[in-house]
Design a protein around this ligand. Structure first.
Ligand code: BG6
Length: 460
């Protein structure tokens, strides 16, 4: 039997844009995802926008009841910045404040600890029009937004996160054109990354100064980069991948400083932003209390086979190539590699290189296309997902036994949710959502999770 410690946080995660819907309700301002889906050209696979979801904005009480039924003791969501501040700054939207207060209150009353994230890819449009994260002023607006959230909800929320996967809005928005503003601009990407790390540290500073007795962290998609071979060039490729994908946010957040090798690389391209020394001091002094880790798949990398495009440093394929490792185990229903041992490697990396800081798995999950095909007797028989969770939890548990200080595990996600680029193509939930009727049906994995939570462990 694999047993987790008493009080281990088990639950699930989502984000405001992916579950709330109600995009036109009660004075919510637009964020960049509303904009993205208003522009025909950005839609992938004819996907629909964030207006059509599981309508958590209306249904949260029912969903919380279901969470309670499955035994959740914790749940992560985010606050929608543009719902709380329709302009991104200035006047608070009272209706939004009311909604989030009653959401967090309901969770508390049902014995579910709220873990709340401030930013999950969802820049308010009004702020994007000023340049979004490229504009230093937006960092100050974020600080005000963070302060307001702590002020309004800090009595109910004791676990905060400043950002979810910040490397994603840097890469997708400024290097790869998967998120608004859809630029390929390495200089802007570096500036956005720096401003985001600074914004995170400023939020940590605000939170600590308010002495509310909780904890504040950041959620990072720490994706281990495994080299193709022990050849020095492959090893170097993996090291650079680690620098960009993981250390770029992990080091400033936990150690208060950037890895000198990363700084040298950026400097070499003449892309170092003009950092103000007070700002660097803010990053240095305001490190996180704990860490959230999202893990789905690893990276396999190798040395480059051809010369990179000199005009586009840091774009995919510039420093290393992806390695298509023969025999790797794939999720046949979505296309990501499945490598549960990666979670163990992450656990030991945090233990050995980051002062064994307290951390938790904030997302882990398996997306599946056309899940309806696995339905019998009205229930999706998602044994593949149960296996996925069991294997990841087994490796996580091993890491904990070896001393890594993990305090929780949240699956992605509870009710099937909307996704940024493909809406409902890949389903992740423990609970099936019928988009037309809004009916929720617990999947086989949901019942399995219920047993796991009841026993705080499972038979291996
Ligand atoms: C994580 C994000 O990276 O992956 C989630 O934090 C996202 O917002 C999840 O939904 C799964 O990815 P996708 O693209 O399959 O929805």
């Amino acid at each position: 039997m694999i047993k987790f410690p008493e009080g281990f946080y088990f639950g699930s995660a989502t984000s405001a844009t992916q579950c709330e819907g109600g995009t036109e309700n009660d004075g919510r301002g637009k964020n960049i995802w509303d904009l993205w889906y208003e522009e025909e050209s950005y839609k992938f696979h004819g996907a629909i926008g964030p207006g059509i979801t599981s309508s958590f904005y209306q249904n949260y009480k029912e969903d919380i009841q279901l969470m309670k039924q499955t035994g959740h003791n914790s749940f992560r969501t985010s606050i929608s910045w543009s719902r709380l501040f329709p302009q991104g700054y200035g006047e608070v939207n009272d209706k939004a404040a009311e909604f989030y207060r009653s959401l967090f209150l309901e969770l508390k009353e049902q014995g579910i600890e709220p873990f709340v994230n401030l930013y999950h890819f969802d820049m308010p449009v009004k702020l994007q029009e000023m340049g979004g994260w490229e504009n230093r002023k937006v960092v100050d607006y974020y600080k005000e937004y963070a302060w307001t959230c702590f002020h309004l909800f800090g009595d109910l929320v004791k676990h905060w996160f400043t950002f979810n996967e910040p490397i994603v809005h840097v890469e997708c928005g400024y290097l790869q054109c998967y998120h608004y503003p859809c630029k390929v601009d390495p200089k802007a990407a570096v500036l956005v990354a720096y401003h985001t790390a600074l914004a995170s540290a400023l939020a940590v500073k605000e939170y600590h100064s308010m002495k509310q007795g909780g904890k504040i962290g950041i959620v990072l998609n720490l994706t281990p980069a495994y080299p193709r071979s022990s050849h020095p060039e492959d090893q170097k490729a993996a090291k650079i991948a680690e620098l960009f994908q993981n250390k770029s946010f992990l080091d400033p957040a936990v150690k208060g400083a950037y890895d000198p090798e990363l700084v040298t690389l950026i400097e070499k391209h003449g892309l170092l932003p003009e950092a103000v020394s007070e700002d660097l001091e803010v990053i240095r002094q305001n490190t996180v209390d704990f860490l959230g880790v999202n893990y789905y798949h690893p990276f396999r990398v190798c040395a480059k086979a051809s010369l990179p495009n000199p005009a586009a440093p840091f774009t995919p394929g510039y420093y290393f190539d992806n390695y298509d490792m023969p025999g790797k185990r794939m999720n046949p229903y979505r296309g990501w590699e499945i490598y549960p041992r990666g979670l163990y490697d992450i656990a030991l990396n945090i233990r050995d290189n980051y002062g064994n800081i307290e951390w938790m798995v904030t997302e882990n999950g398996m997306g599946v296309e056309n899940e309806g095909r696995f339905k019998t007797d009205g229930i999706i028989q998602d044994d593949y997902r149960i296996d996925f969770y069991k294997e990841h939890l087994t490796w996580l548990h091993k890491g904990m036994e070896e001393g890594s200080h993990c305090i929780g595990y949240h699956v992605w996600t509870f009710v099937d949710c909307w996704s940024w680029l493909n809406a409902y193509k890949n389903r992740y939930g423990l609970v099936e959502l019928d988009l037309e009727t809004q009916k929720r049906t617990i999947k086989k994995s949901g019942y399995w999770y219920q047993e796991l939570l009841k026993n705080n462990g499972f038979e291996s």
